[in-house]
Ligand binder design. Structure first.
Ligand code: HEC
Ligand code: HEC
Ligand code: HEC
Ligand code: HEC
Ligand code: HEC
Length: 319
């Protein structure tokens, strides 16, 4: 009995140590590329327009999504980054940031971890250039210089969650088992050669179609790994603890990409289809006469029963 148990334990231990990368095609951790020194250089490294020739549909859908302008936002995000600097970083006694010139990649990561994860491939000068560009954009609006505002808005939006953020940088989650994303590979659902010049291979990212993939940025709560935890999106936490825990079994991709038929244009309340998928609202009303008291006598009253059922995979609104 004892022997059987120890053999079982040994088997489990061996199983846990076994490489799982039979299906994934990550590899050893690659040497990091030299840090990008300007916004233009970082934007070029992650430029999605080079994929449009062969993936027109994915590209056009993606360009309508907020992922395509992930630090500009609706455009509420860019100004909120400035607020986080003015009302947060510069007021915190131990942040090391008193002036814009003190800003570093690390200090912006409390937002960029999710809004622009590839900022970790850039120098602190790029972090400062981003802040300066957002400020100039705000100033151009104040000066009613619309041409300049538009141009700067494009620069801000050139940094985004593009194809290669999802299909390379963030594609593989369990890197010890499945390996690290390789610089010449696009990750999707198939293995083989890929026609692109720079990304000449394609390989399987085991979890790209799972909710955990989106969970990397869609938040569980405070980001405890940061020196100063921030909290913004929490949809993934809500998905795990309120939806899956209560029997929900659809993934983010099933609702946001497939059922909605929006594909890469992942949307929320700004899209009619998503609004229709969001809630069941059932309203029942009846009117009657009610004898209230001697002074008021008989008065008409209405009883309205409103039932709202959330059909999404998480609390709404989020953030
Ligand atoms: C855990 C990842 C994460 C972090 C960290 C994070 N955000 Fe977000 N943020 C998101 C996601 C995902 C959304 C969109 C979905 C949502 O609202 O749930 C979002 C939405 C927003 C929005 C509304 C978007 C719009 O276009 O109107 C603003 C503004 C925003 N974030 C600002 C910030 C700022 C400023 C910081 C840093 C202080 C920050 N976020 C940190 C993930 C994050
Ligand atoms: C926010 C993350 C994200 C971004 C950004 C993104 N993709 Fe995808 N892509 C996915 C996911 C997730 C799937 C798999 C969906 C599923 O499970 O069916 C996918 C699937 C695909 C596929 C397989 C077939 C299909 O169309 O579903 C192609 C090709 C593709 N993406 C190309 C692109 C290109 C090109 C871009 C840039 C214009 C891009 N993707 C941007 C997440 C992303
Ligand atoms: C010269 C044409 C060409 C270019 C440029 C190109 N691709 Fe592809 N890509 C293909 C073809 C063809 C396939 C295989 C499609 C199939 O079998 O469904 C493919 C497959 C993929 C897949 C795997 C799809 C799946 O089913 O999982 C992804 C992800 C992808 N490409 C992303 C990109 C990205 C990101 C770029 C830009 C950096 C890009 N591609 C540029 C032609 C191209
Ligand atoms: C690299 C980080 C990242 C990944 C991976 C990612 N997202 Fe996002 N997503 C964001 C950020 C950041 C925003 C908000 C951008 C803004 O407006 O400032 C956003 C916005 C959205 C929105 C729009 C929210 C709104 O308020 O309208 C939806 C829907 C969405 N994402 C769904 C998904 C799904 C589904 C996946 C997985 C297939 C996914 N995202 C993967 C970071 C990410
Ligand atoms: C059962 C379907 C379903 C699943 C599963 C689902 N969503 Fe949603 N989600 C929706 C619908 C529908 C909306 C639109 C809600 C609205 O109109 O306000 C939405 C809204 C959102 C929003 C915008 C929230 C806001 O502030 O309004 C984000 C971000 C989002 N989803 C991300 C995700 C992510 C990430 C996952 C997986 C962890 C996921 N969703 C799983 C259906 C789903």
């Amino acid at each position: 009995m004892k022997t059987a148990l120890s053999i079982a334990c040994a088997c489990i231990a061996v199983y846990m140590l076994m490489p799982f990368n039979a299906i994934g095609a990550g590899g050893p951790k690659p040497e990091p590329l030299p840090k990008a020194k300007t916004i233009a250089e970082l934007a070029e490294r992650y430029d999605s327009s080079r994929c449009v020739d062969c993936h027109e549909e994915a590209h056009d859908e993606w360009s309508d999504s907020l992922h395509a302008k992930s630090i500009l936002g609706t455009p509420r995000t860019a100004p909120t980054i400035i607020t986080a600097i003015e009302k947060g970083l510069k007021l915190f006694p131990y942040s090391g940031v008193k002036e814009d010139s003190d800003i570093t990649v690390e200090s912006l990561m409390m937002c960029m971890k999710c809004h622009l994860p590839q900022l970790d491939e850039a120098t602190d000068d790029v972090a400062r250039e981003i802040v300066a560009t957002i400020r100039s954009w705000q100033q151009a609006y104040k000066d009613s210089d619309m041409d300049k505002a538009e141009e700067l808005e494009e620069t801000i939006a050139s940094l985004n969650i593009g194809c290669m953020v999802c299909h390379n940088k963030m594609a593989i989650i369990h890197k010890y088992a499945d390996g690290y994303p390789q610089p010449d590979t696009v990750y999707g659902s198939q293995d083989g050669d890929h026609e692109d010049e720079d990304y000449s291979k394609m390989a399987v990212a085991p979890a790209l179609g799972e909710a955990i993939f989106c969970g990397q940025c869609h938040g569980q709560g405070p980001n405890f790994e940061l020196d100063h935890p921030s909290q913004c999106a929490t949809a993934y936490g809500s998905y795990l603890f309120a939806y899956v825990a209560h029997g929900g079994n659809e993934s983010c991709q099933e609702c946001h990409m497939h059922k909605s038929e929006l594909g890469h244009n992942m949307q929320s309340y700004q899209d009619e289809t998503m609004v229709e998928m969001a809630l069941d609202v059932n309203v029942e009303g009846r009117s009657l006469f009610w004898r209230k008291d001697k002074a008021s006598g008989v008065i008409p009253i209405g009883v309205i029963d409103v039932e709202i059922y959330n059909k999404t995979g998480h609390g709404i609104p989020d953030g």
